[in-house]
Design a protein around this ligand. Structure first.
Ligand code: CP
Length: 299
């Protein structure tokens, strides 16, 4: 799974249903040994740990791989590394990489690639776990209004979420610093003033400032960012009673959201993390079943 735009609506719905079944306690394991490895070229807490949890819960054989200790540091290319792992018998790799579309010359190889984030491109497993969290809350996507707010231009989460949410029937609007909004990249999405948008949203998705992808550090102080573009208590009080707050994490408390609100009643930020394990189980099952592997109930 490289990007959500390559998945049909039917496949997205099937993964959501499998995720919800795993969340309700369904337990499956692989019928035969399946070998997987996680290659993370960028920092991660949630994605790397939840993929490994998901792999172990499905009974997969997780082969340790450290980018730092690998022959990549002797000049081997990513393609040659992946081809080496294919020759060694790996069935599936989960890869996070700082380059957009790092996977473009890996797709002819005889193993599955699950994209755990490519530069500013895509983060399909985050997009799917966000959909699972919204489905749990509202039961469907039709007619929901979703606000995606913050560093939209540099966010692979915004790309993945916006594409899938629109296809499933939600209205998506963006807000944040206007020069961090890319009309083209955001599929002609609308940019809205945050204070006008906030009373309308059912789902508010806040984004971290992606300092590592900015050519210069944004000069705005944390307090100024929070006041202009962040979720303050007074903005939270303008939200509908049933509306929820989401954030892919990691959260910069006091920047994109006032610290106390991270764990408020409307927040689903830790629920998203919990759903990450179930959703990644469903993604791995989908990928591996597509390669002919079978899953059976745990005895
Ligand atoms: N949301 C997300 O990708 O978090 P990590 O960078 O911790 O994996």
């Amino acid at each position: 799974m490289i990007k959500l735009s390559k998945l049909s609506k039917e496949a997205i719905h099937a993964i959501i249903e499998d995720s919800l079944a795993f969340a309700s306690g369904k337990r499956l394991r692989s019928k035969e040994p399946i070998f997987v490895a996680n290659l993370f070229f960028e920092n991660s807490t949630r994605t790397v740990v939840s993929f490994e949890m998901a792999e172990r819960k499905l009974g997969l054989e997780v082969v340790p791989f450290s980018v730092q200790g690998s022959s990549l540091n002797k000049g081997e290319s990513l393609r040659d590394t992946v081809k080496t792992l294919e020759s060694l018998g790996l069935d599936l790799l989960v890869i996070r990489h700082p380059d957009d579309n790092y996977f473009h010359d890996l797709q002819d190889l005889d193993l599955s690639i699950v994209n755990a984030g490519d530069g500013t491109g895509h983060h399909p497993s985050q997009g799917l776990l966000d959909l699972v969290t919204i489905k749990q809350e509202f039961g469907s996507f039709e007619g929901l209004t979703v606000g995606i707010v913050g560093d939209v231009k540099h966010s692979r989460v915004a790309n993945s979420d916006a594409d899938a949410l629109r296809r499933l029937g939600a209205k998506v609007h963006f807000s944040g610093p206007e020069d961090w909004f890319d009309q083209g990249a955001m599929m002609n999405g609308t940019y809205r003033n945050f204070d006008h948008l906030i009373p309308e949203v059912d789902v508010l998705i806040l984004l971290r400032i992606q300092h590592e992808r900015h050519s210069s550090k944004h000069p705005m102080a944390s307090q100024e960012y929070l006041t202009k573009y962040g979720l303050t208590r007074s903005r939270m009080e303008m939200m509908k009673s049933g509306a929820i707050i989401m954030h892919p994490g990691p959260v910069n408390r006091g920047v994109e959201i006032e610290s106390d609100l991270v764990e408020c009643d409307k927040s689903r930020i830790f629920k998203q993390i919990e759903n990450g394990v179930y959703t990644r189980m469903a993604i791995l099952k989908h990928e591996l079943e597509g390669r002919g592997f079978e899953f059976v109930p745990w005895e």
